[in-house]
Design a protein around this ligand. Structure first.
Ligand code: ADP
Length: 289
């Protein structure tokens, strides 16, 4: 089982003729609401990869639809709390040329209580995985608990947050991050990735694929990217990470789990959208890049 402590957001897309100037009031020509948040995306991806996923998170009373959608996608939602605060959301303004402006409100995502995490992980064993990102609170607490229970502790260091990194870096087994986050993390810690003492580190490189660094052997292997015509790269990293953890949680060797995660990431960039269009295993079988 994969326990994913993660954000749940409403992505609110407003299309506009141009981005508003200070003081300007502008009518949107098109509105769309989608399920988002890095945590929710990773839960959906892991579930689509046939992983058994328990999401640990929170929404406000206005977020029941998001929980229902996660449930539809096969995620166990029993440990998603309904808190008084507003559901986390992103207000995404898009102009005619596709340029955007985004306002993020974390809301319920950062109002989680320790008791909720403890209860969710009560029955967890060393054969389970715990994953988290930087869009909730309690990463450090959860990492400590996961480590104590001998779980595979996975940290997706996105979006980058120096404070969160310091609280978890000594408690994780697998670190997944993109190139930008890797540079930020090395700068924040004043150490190279290879000197962190983390068993496995996977750095995603967009179209260039990814790198896998293995602490014990010192190996650094490059997996070349799969050639596709990219349409929309949002959610590629979340899809990759969800697939990677689902594979490992099912006992796949790293090489095989990375191979499948790369196929899922590559297929994802050929699609417009986020959580709602994350590919499943059947899509991957039909995928002929
Ligand atoms: P993030 O979305 O976090 O910035 P990346 O852009 O590095 O993450 O993408 C994550 C993974 O998705 C990559 O390691 C790769 O496997 C796949 N991927 C992303 N962009 C492309 C692309 N343009 N072509 C092929 N694969 C891609």
């Amino acid at each position: 089982t994969i326990f994913n402590l993660g954000s749940i957001n409403a992505d609110l897309f407003y299309h506009l003729p141009h981005l508003p100037a200070p003081g300007e009031t502008l009518a949107s020509t098109e509105f769309r609401r989608g399920l988002g948040g890095k945590g929710a995306n990773m839960s959906v991806a892991a579930a689509r990869a046939a992983g058994h996923v328990v999401h640990i998170g929170a929404v406000g009373t206005d977020g029941r639809w998001a929980v229902e959608r996660l449930l539809e996608y096969g995620v166990d939602t029993r440990h998603i709390a309904e808190l008084g605060d507003t559901t986390g959301h992103a207000i995404i303004l898009i102009d005619a040329a596709g340029e955007n402006q985004i306002v993020l409100y974390p809301g319920a995502n950062v109002a989680l209580g320790q008791g909720q995490v403890t209860a969710a992980l009560a029955g967890a064993t060393p054969s389970d995985s715990l994953m988290f990102q930087n869009e909730t609170n309690l990463q450090s607490f959860a990492a400590g608990l996961g480590q104590q229970k001998g779980m595979r502790v996975v940290y997706a260091a996105a979006p980058f947050d120096a404070e969160a990194v310091h609280g978890v870096i000594d408690r994780i087994d697998l670190l997944v991050l993109n190139q930008v986050e890797a540079a930020q993390l090395e700068a924040a810690l004043g150490r190279g990735l290879g000197d962190l003492g983390i068993s496995d580190i996977v750095v995603t490189l967009g179209a260039e694929g990814c790198r896998h660094l293995e602490c014990q052997s010192g190996s650094d292997r490059h997996y070349p990217g799969i050639k596709v015509a990219a349409v929309d790269t949002t959610g590629a990293g979340d899809t990759f990470t969800g697939y990677l953890v689902a594979g490992l949680d099912r006992g796949m060797p790293m090489e095989q789990a990375i191979g499948r995660a790369q196929r899922a990431g590559a297929l994802m960039v050929t699609r417009q959208g986020t959580a709602d269009v994350i590919p499943d295993l059947r899509d991957l079988e039909d995928f002929r890049p």
